[in-house]
Design a protein around this ligand. Structure first.
Ligand code: GUN
Length: 284
């Protein structure tokens, strides 16, 4: 293996320690940042994510409130819970864990969250602000990727950045952040023909598809920076990313591991967004 490993665990610990310090300073000014996490249903993976988010919040000295709701909760009841949180001055950030059960309109739920408390950055008005270069909240996973690139001093101005996966949560906001940093961005999707021809041009390659092994070493330009956002559990129980790590690590200059890469950064940036939301209430 030739690649440098980008250690998301270590970087996230640094970010979280920095947030904890700023939380203490904010508390001195009479504000304790508060995050509410709403979990609908009993999806085991979502339960783990929510538990980790709440624990990180508390470790940083923030108020954490988890609101578990049954999988058959009517949509109107969920919207009423969000509305109460919108009005609650102790809550600065609201996150509804996705995916939601099929009978609930995810778009409507996200649009019901106050844009000023939308620490996921998924609300259309936050997506629009990001697109027009005036971001309020940057979605946590792409924000974490930008932090990793910054910590590695990866030059982005004029760089060729290729993103595989065009979701609202990762791919599209990632494209906006890389574009704002001066990269030339290519956004690939499931219909892209000859994916390798696109990925081989990338100085910075971000892969977020949920398909294990979709990018292999022979699809990577020698010396590229490879960011693997995927987290997939194989039938064997092993956790792997979307990038075939062993072959990619022969070619890339630097690569994120799975686990221990992008995943921990997502939670760290959620804390950053919650802190920023709380800080803004002092100036309003
Ligand atoms: N489910 C998977 N990733 C996310 C995320 O970043 N935010 C929320 N709310 N749900 C998710």
């Amino acid at each position: 293996m030739n690649s440098r490993i980008i250690d998301g665990k270590a970087l996230s610990a640094q970010v979280r320690a920095d947030v904890a310090k700023q939380v203490q300073a904010l508390k001195q000014r009479g504000v304790t940042p508060g995050l509410a996490v709403v979990l609908v249903g009993d999806d085991p993976a979502s339960q783990v994510y929510v538990r980790n988010k709440a624990a990180a919040c508390e470790a940083a000295g923030m108020l954490s409130r988890v609101i578990p709701l049954g999988s058959d909760t009517p949509e109107g009841e969920l919207l009423a819970v969000i509305d109460t949180l919108n009005q609650d001055p102790a809550i600065h950030g609201i996150l509804v864990q996705l995916p939601l059960p099929g009978h609930i309109d995810t778009g409507l739920v996200i649009e019901t969250i106050s844009a000023a408390k939308d620490v996921d950055g998924f609300h259309v008005s936050n997506a629009g602000l990001l697109m027009t270069g005036r971001p309020l909240f940057r979605p946590c996973t792409p924000y974490g990727v930008m932090k990793m690139l910054e910590s590695e001093n990866v030059p982005l101005r004029g760089a060729e950045a290729v993103i595989v996966g065009a979701s609202n949560i990762v791919g599209k906001p990632m494209a906006m952040l890389l574009l704002a940093a001066g990269a030339t961005v290519t956004l690939c999707n499931s219909k892209t023909q000859d994916l390798g021809a696109q990925t081989r041009r990338a100085d910075v390659l971000v892969v977020a598809t949920g398909k294990p092994g979709i990018v292999r070493g022979d699809m990577i330009k020698p010396g590229a920076i490879v960011i693997d956002v995927g987290i997939n559990r194989l039938p064997s129980g092993k956790l792997v990313g979307d990038v075939d790590f062993d072959s990619a690590a022969q070619v890339a200059a630097a690569i994120t591991p799975v686990p221990g890469g992008v995943g921990p950064m997502t939670i760290a940036m959620l804390l950053v967004n919650t802190l920023e939301a709380a800080e803004r209430t002092l100036n309003s």
